[in-house]
Unconditional design. Sequence first.
Lengths: 114, 623
Amino acid sequence: MSKGRYLGELEQLVLLAVLRLGRGGASGMTVRRELEERARRSVTIGSVYGTLERLEEKGMLGSWRGEPDPVRGGKARRYFRVEPAGVAALRDVREQSERMWEGIELAADGGESS
Amino acid sequence: VRPPPVARRLWKALAPDRIADDALADLDEEYRLYKHPELGPLRASLWYWLQVVGALVAVHTKYRRTLRSPRSDLRGREGREWTMITTLGQELRTAVRTLRKAPSFTLFAVATLAIGIGATSAIFSVVDAVLLTPLPFERPEELVVVGGRRADSRSEVSRVSGPAYADFLGLETLRELGAAYVIDANLTGGERPERVAVALVTHDFFSVLGAAPALGRPFEPADAGVDIGYVAVLSHGAWQRMYGGDPAAVGATVEIDEDPFTVVGVMPEGFTQPAQSAGAPIDAWVPFDPTSATFGNRRYRPLDVYGRMREGTSLQQARSEFGALAQGLRELYPDVYPAQDEWNLAVLPLLERVVGDVRTTLLVLFGAVAFVLMVACTNVANLLLTRGSARARELAIRSALGAGRLRLAELALMESLLIGLAGGALGLLLAVYGTDALRSLAATDFPRVQDAVVDGRVLLFTLVASLGASVVFGLAPMLRYSDPDLRAATVEGGRGSSGSRSRVRDALVVGQIAISLVLVISAGLVVKSFGRLLAVDPGFDTDSRCRCGCRDPTSRRRGGSSPRISGSECSTPRCSGWRASRASSGPPSSRTFPCARPAAARSRWRAPIPVSAASPPSRRSGR
């Protein structure tokens, strides 16, 4: 895996959240709520946007503006979608992780048995 | 449902432009749609605030590099900004230039702050010396004073008798115990005679405090003799004055009230007897035995008792032990400790005894100057806001040239910091003079005030106060400068203040008046109490009466009450200005009047001063 495709832990979670929310629903707020509800990770909107921007700069995410939204005071919402580079990076992470987990069973006491 | 407006404004001012609007809209939406209905208004507001503060920390630390560079698809306006103002140094230069262009404003703001910061720092130097600095003894937290306390006196502890001191010696909670009895005496033997304060102390007095002579030896148990021993330890000051710092002073003979004492030691510089009520510092220590027959009367209570608590013993344990002893004594000697007095034994930490009631006074004073500093801050904030409206056009141009909200906020903050630091520097200068003035003003009223100096701690306090003040008075202008509404308003044609702006200014003025009113009322009350104190009827006619004494011109008496004159001087008034004169051992309405000491002690230690070359009593009365 090349360095450019390295994913931090929060980056990985944010990419997954965007994927889960599908095409149409991933805004900063929904990503933040998804992280909080599903991953049980409490993060600030600042960290979410910091990560989203960083991923966009790496080319793993793309964003576009929706129609002006009356709920948001007439401002257009910014949506995010995962680009092919993001999908590839996620796949790498998953494969690497699965290779490492192969044959490992965690015992109830936290130790390792196989 | 509206999210907390101040938090929103804070975010708008300090978040990077690149994400500020989107993130704010997200926060608002989540607040309105989920948090407010789920959590209720109070917890939802708390959530909002935590989000804003946490997000601001995150975007300015972890994500600073990502978010501060312009987005590739937006390399327009913000791109220019990025190349225009890139570094802190440039902002600093801009701020300096702006302030120099308005010298009268800058001068006024700096002077206002300097007064507030100077006063606060000067009082802090006193608070630091009196309240915060530990006593200059070994493990000072273990040291206590023990004294009598009657039910009607709230905080003051009185002295105890020799037999009571002897009773203390068997108690468990105190590891060491020493007693002192301070008297006025004539000290001769050096170049010139002096009237000084002398302390009779138990032989282990110095070791209780964990102090030892710098020169010579401390007292030994044998020194005390039958009731008092004829050896003495001099203070550093007396040693310098009498012997010019000559080490040969140890072994020399000094006369204390015409009795010869051999000097066996000299205390180190800076050693003073703690919690000593007389004004003058002690110049000589003489060993004595308070359990001897001379001090055998339980009604005669001359002793200050110092103790050191056993390790691991709490003050509460010591208090209950002494309380039990006091109860036993009350039952054993009902004529000495009558039931209606409710006499008891009190154990006080030494620091508390030294500081006494001054703690409250000082803290009130500190609070008052802190209020003055707050008034100064609101004043400067108001000035800055007024200037903000005058500078609206300049800010609009800056913004049109591409300065983002964050940049404008940083510029405002930089100006505030510069004003604050300049005010702090000038305030420090004022604090140096103020501390000097306080030292001489409060010399007799506050213990330990002589140690008050502008040192590193005061310097640090001043720096923190200046930075804190900058943030306090800079916050409102910072939010104002970076408000996009302002830009819109000015671009449209430079209209005056909008509604919300005058609300902030109104709030500042209201706050300022409220604080000033509190200060004025407190000051008025203090003056009124002082006036009432002056008007107290002493019980005798003070009109055209005066008190006089005389002094031996060869003696140098420092501090304390005015010198006394001998009986023969008094009974033969030779001055025509006097209608009548009477003598007493202390001024009327003082605690020592009338003086009631047993004859044995008086004959030995209350000898009149030998006035060899007396000057006539002054004629200050005029009639």
